[in-house]
Write a new protein. Structure first.
Length: 237
C-alpha cells in the first residue's frame, strides 16, 4: 500500500466520535410548585396586625400630652410667685408625676415658694404654700455655720432644730454663769431657708424662725459665736 492511501485511511487528529458530535437539546430541571398553607398565611396576617396595633398605641401615648406650668426663672424660698416667674409647656406626663396644670395657674400665682425653684423645672403643687414662712409672733434669725458645723443631712424648709448655747469658759465666767447640771440652754427653732456654702469660706447661712421672745437671745448667741444648731429627730418634726 502506498503512503498516499495510508494518509487517506488514517483518522483525522482531534476528530470527535460521531456520537458526541450530534448531542441533543438539554431539558431544563423541573421545579415543583410550593403549596401555600392557609395556617402560615393567617399567622403572618395576625403578626402584621399586631405590629400595626402596637405602633398605633405608641403614637397615641406620644400624642397624649398635658399642658403644665413650668418655672422660668429663679425663685427663692418664701418669695411670692408672679406670672413672670411661670411659663407653660406641653409634655407627656407620667401619672406618678404631680404637676400644676395650666388651667390651675391662677391658683399658684400669689402664693409663696416653699422650696427654692429653678428655671426649666415643672411646678408641683407641693412646692408652694399660702402661708408665710415666718408666722405671726415669730422672728427670723440668720445663723452662720462653719463647714465643720454644717450637718451632713441637708437642711430643708420646715425642719425643726434646737439652737444650743455653747459659750466659751471665759465668756461664761464673765457673764456670771455657773456650770449647771441640766446641760446647756437651748431654744427651739424651725428652718426657713438654708443657703449654699459660700465660696472660699464654706459658711452656710440658715434662716431660723423662733418665737419673738427668743429672737433677741438667739441673735446675741450668734454674735458671740456661742451657738450651735442641732437637728431634731424626725419624730419631733
Amino acid at each position: 500500500m502506498s503512503k498516499t492511501k495510508e494518509r487517506t485511511a488514517a483518522p483525522t487528529a482531534g476528530a470527535l466520535p460521531q456520537q458526541t458530535q450530534m448531542a441533543g437539546p438539554v431539558a431544563p430541571p423541573r421545579v415543583s410548585a410550593r403549596r401555600r398553607r392557609p395556617g402560615v398565611i393567617a399567622l403572618s396576617l395576625a403578626l402584621i396586625a399586631a405590629g400595626g396595633a402596637g405602633v398605633a398605641v405608641l403614637l397615641l401615648q406620644v400624642g397624649d400630652r398635658t399642658d403644665v406650668v413650668t418655672v422660668v426663672r429663679d425663685v427663692q424660698v418664701g418669695q411670692v410667685l408672679t406670672e413672670q416667674d411661670l411659663g407653660k409647656a406641653s409634655v407627656a406626663l407620667d401619672p406618678a408625676v404631680k404637676a400644676v396644670r395650666v388651667d390651675k395657674m391662677d391658683s399658684v400665682v400669689g402664693k409663696r415658694a416653699a422650696v427654692e425653684l429653678k428655671p426649666g423645672s415643672l411646678l408641683s403643687p407641693f412646692q408652694v404654700t399660702k402661708d408665710s414662712l415666718v408666722k405671726a409672733g415669730e422672728q427670723l434669725v440668720p445663723v452662720g455655720l462653719k463647714p465643720e458645723q454644717v450637718p451632713a443631712t441637708a437642711l430643708v424648709p420646715g425642719q425643726k432644730v434646737q439652737l444650743v448655747h455653747v459659750p466659751t469658759q471665759g465668756a461664761a465666767a464673765e457673764a456670771g454663769e455657773e456650770p449647771g447640771t441640766d446641760g446647756p440652754r437651748s431654744i427651739a427653732g424651725r428652718v426657713v431657708k438654708a443657703s449654699k456654702a459660700a465660696p472660699g469660706t464654706g459658711v452656710v447661712v440658715v434662716d431660723v424662725a423662733t418665737t419673738a421672745a427668743d429672737g433677741p437671745t438667739v441673735a446675741a448667741w450668734v454674735s458671740a459665736d456661742a451657738l450651735r444648731l442641732v437637728l431634731d429627730s424626725p419624730e419631733n418634726t
